[in-house]
Design a protein around this ligand. Structure first.
Ligand code: FES
Length: 255
């Protein structure tokens, strides 16, 4: 019995990681082994009493029994199935690259959609685009008359010129002009002169059918424009600007 106690104490002292949950089955196993060891020890002692074994042989058999009991309580679970195999590192890297690439693609697609929405919201709406063009019924402007309309916040002069005004515009010696330009370069149809009504000096609005050259006069600093809108006298450096325009049937489309 003393040997059994020693075995139990030795077993407990050598167990450093058996948890409380695991201790019950371990103790059960221990007592099972110890009981069988005790039977074996009794058998050995009986044989020793009979003169078959000496004391050292008995002790050796007892030590072997103790070791067997100790091993039976310190079984380590098999975690080999959780260990990485040799090629698992490469597979993990491939998976990581795939995830990074997929995430990058999704991020790029999201960013593109966001930017597209943002730019489409920033662009001009349909009503603003409609205001970007101006339509004028040509039949509403009699020959020899001016009409001023507003386009993109600026005045536009439309002059229905007479034959004599067209002839006068073409008799000017262009070489003497400050901003040399043939009348034909400034009109698409000689009958219709279309210009921005903004003085090229400091931006005043000239007055029609005024000045020394039968065209427009800017009262701000005294610039005179002829019947083709070319600067003839005064501080303005350039001719009145011609906007983009087209004729569509009986309409003038500006813009
Ligand atoms: S702004 Fe027209 S002449 Fe100065």
């Amino acid at each position: 019995m003393a040997s059994l106690a020693r075995t139990f104490a030795s077993s407990l002292s050598n167990r450093t990681y058996t948890t409380g949950a695991a201790s019950a089955p371990a103790l059960k196993r221990f007592f099972s082994v110890a009981t069988s060891n005790k039977e074996e020890e009794d058998s050995v002692k009986q044989r020793s009493v009979g003169g078959l074994l000496n004391r050292s042989q008995v002790n050796a058999i007892s030590s072997q029994s103790v070791m067997q009991a100790r091993h039976s309580t310190t079984n380590i679970p098999d975690f080999s199935k959780y260990k990485k195999t040799k090629n698992s590192g490469e597979a993990s890297r491939t998976f990581a690259y795939m995830m990074i690439g997929s995430t990058g693609l999704l991020t790029a697609a999201g960013a593109q959609a966001t930017i597209t929405d943002f730019l489409s919201n920033m662009s001009a709406s349909a009503d603003v685009l409609a205001l970007a063009k101006a339509e004028v019924e040509l039949a509403s402007i009699p020959e020899g008359k001016n009409v001023t309309i507003k386009w993109r916040g600026k005045p536009v002069f439309i002059r229905h010129r007479t034959e004599s005004e067209i002839a006068e515009a073409n008799t000017v010696n262009v070489a003497e002009l400050r901003d040399p330009q043939q009348d034909a370069e400034r009109v698409k149809d000689p009958k219709w002169l279309v210009m921005l009504g903004v003085c090229t000096h400091l931006g005043c609005v000239p007055i029609g059918e005024a000045g020394d050259f039968g065209g427009w006069y800017c009262p701000c600093h005294g610039s005179h424009y002829d019947i083709s809108g070319r600067i003839r006298q005064g501080p303005a450096p350039l001719n009145l600007e011609i906007p983009e325009y087209n004729f569509q049937e009986d309409k003038l489309i500006i813009g």
